[in-house]
Write a new protein. Structure first.
Length: 469
């Protein structure tokens, strides 16, 4: 195994820029890592070594037009249109679908010189926190093959954590880049919707999903996440939620003047003791770095979560009905599970949807008013570390915690359209990674990244043993 694949994306780019390694050499190192580990992890679902080699040769030949990501081997979640690669959203209904055009974010990756290794696995139609489907099967966590890497960007997180990919793109409407990062010990950012163009996501981020959803970068360090964010962000004039927000580089000295509010749980659902310890350790690290960190928990969290349920679960099921009607026999068990959960409350009527939409704006305003005092938040990503495949409830502090309750911590910030970054901080008794969330106000993505970067430097990336071999 080549040590090249173990390096951060920033280090790999430095080696390429200085001529210490060619794109072809770096590509070969990643091909070898994929061929060694992907049969076990099942993270990358469309990979062709010869196609990767052909891209690498072209990039080496065109070295005179190097972009900021020139030669960097990356992967893309199979729900983000990538021309020439299968993007099937984990569904047999879309078996063999190959987009002819890139999503805007993927086109920007290519323009920056990135080398696309392949597309990664996801749960059918993205509606689960575990990556499994009838089309490609189950993706495994490189920390423990009996556990899930999360969802819906679980294939992406597993590929990056196992050093099969230097970095990549996922998407998030309820925690789907953040929970997998937490489960596999990597970093990620759910941007403010519109900061990274969503055009080309499959299915489209429309209706309530234009608020909930975003394409986000994933990598092993916050520095690498920031590199990808800077490469793919920027106004898309055809994106209805796009905003002409320029890239900023906030100084830590400036951010130290802002209070960070932290909370260990939402007061309703318990978290593991190791999760509490990770938050406490993050608080101490930020205080040691000169930040003012105080206990604070927004009062609107449960109301936000109830709205997320209406929009993601109930509206999500309604959105998919036309696509699945008459094809129910082709659906994966994990998507059937989602439909059963949604069926408990049934579809939303027009009046209820209108009331929820109005409440969304009112609650966002109320929460952002609270965040005037605490413009940065620190909190858990989930109540638990990576769960075993098929697990749906857990005992914490003598209480039973159900599946969607254990992962509520990310959902609030989809409703708020807030940027939220994840960085690994602690570990469970079994040695599984535990990440924390750093949240900022809408359009202040760089603030979330800067503070998360402080934690990333304090604690750093731990590599799953199988990545090194």
């Amino acid at each position: 195994m080549s040590e090249l694949v173990l390096a951060s994306a920033a280090r790999q780019l430095e080696l390429l820029r200085t001529g210490k390694v060619s794109v072809v050499e770096l590509a070969e190192a990643h091909i070898a890592q994929i061929e060694r580990l992907n049969p076990v992890l099942n993270a990358i679902v469309d990979f062709d070594a010869e196609r990767v080699r052909a891209q690498a040769r072209v990039l080496d030949e065109n070295g005179h037009s190097k972009g900021v990501l020139h030669g960097l081997p990356v992967t893309v979640k199979s729900s983000i249109a990538t021309a020439g690669f299968r993007c099937e959203i984990g569904s047999t209904i879309h078996r063999g679908d190959v987009p002819k055009e890139d999503a805007v974010a993927v086109a920007r990756l290519r323009e920056a010189g990135a080398l696309i290794l392949g597309t990664t696995n996801c749960p059918e139609f993205l509606m689960a926190y575990e990556t499994d489907n009838l089309l490609h099967g189950r993706t495994r966590n490189p920390w423990d093959l009996e556990r899930s890497p999360g969802g819906s960007s679980g294939g992406e997180s597993a590929a990056i954590a196992a050093c099969m990919s230097a970095a990549g793109l996922g998407s998030d409407s309820g925690g789907s880049v953040r929970l997998p990062a937490h489960f596999t010990g990597i970093c990620s950012l759910k941007p403010t919707p519109g900061r990274v163009p969503g055009r080309g996501h499959l299915p489209p981020c429309v209706g309530p999903f234009s608020v909930l959803g975003a394409i986000g970068p994933m990598a092993r360090t916050i520095e690498d996440v920031t590199l990808l964010f800077e490469a793919v962000s920027g106004l898309d004039p055809l994106d209805p939620v796009g905003a002409p927000v320029p890239l900023r580089k906030p100084e830590l000295a400036e951010l130290r003047g802002q209070a960070i509010g932290y909370f260990e749980d939402d007061g309703l659902v318990p978290v593991t003791q190791e999760t509490r310890r990770a938050i406490q350790d993050a608080v101490l690290a930020l205080r040691d770095a000169g930040f003012r960190v105080e206990a604070f928990r927004p009062r609107t969290l449960e109301l936000l979560r109830q709205l997320w349920w209406k929009f993601f679960v109930r509206c999500g099921a309604m959105f998919y009905q036309p696509a699945i009607r008459g094809k129910e026999s082709q659906l994966s068990p994990i998507f059937r599970e989602f439909l059963a959960i949604a069926a408990v409350d049934g579809p939303m009527g027009g009046s209820e949807l209108l009331e929820a939409w109005a409440e969304l704006d009112l609650l966002r305003s109320k929460t952002l008013a609270e965040m005037q005092r605490y413009p940065i938040l620190l909190c858990p990503v989930a109540s638990i570390p990576a769960f075993k495949h098929g697990e749906r409830s857990w005992g914490i502090d003598g209480r039973k915690v159900a599946y969607l309750d254990a992962v509520r911590h990310t959902q609030w910030f989809n409703v708020l359209a807030c940027p939220a970054a994840v960085a690994p901080v602690g570990q469970s008794l079994e040695g599984l990674p535990i990440g924390v969330q750093i949240v900022a106000r809408p359009y202040e993505d760089e603030v979330a990244l800067a503070v998360a970067g402080v934690l990333d430097k304090a604690f750093g990336y731990r590599m799953p043993p199988m990545a090194r071999g």
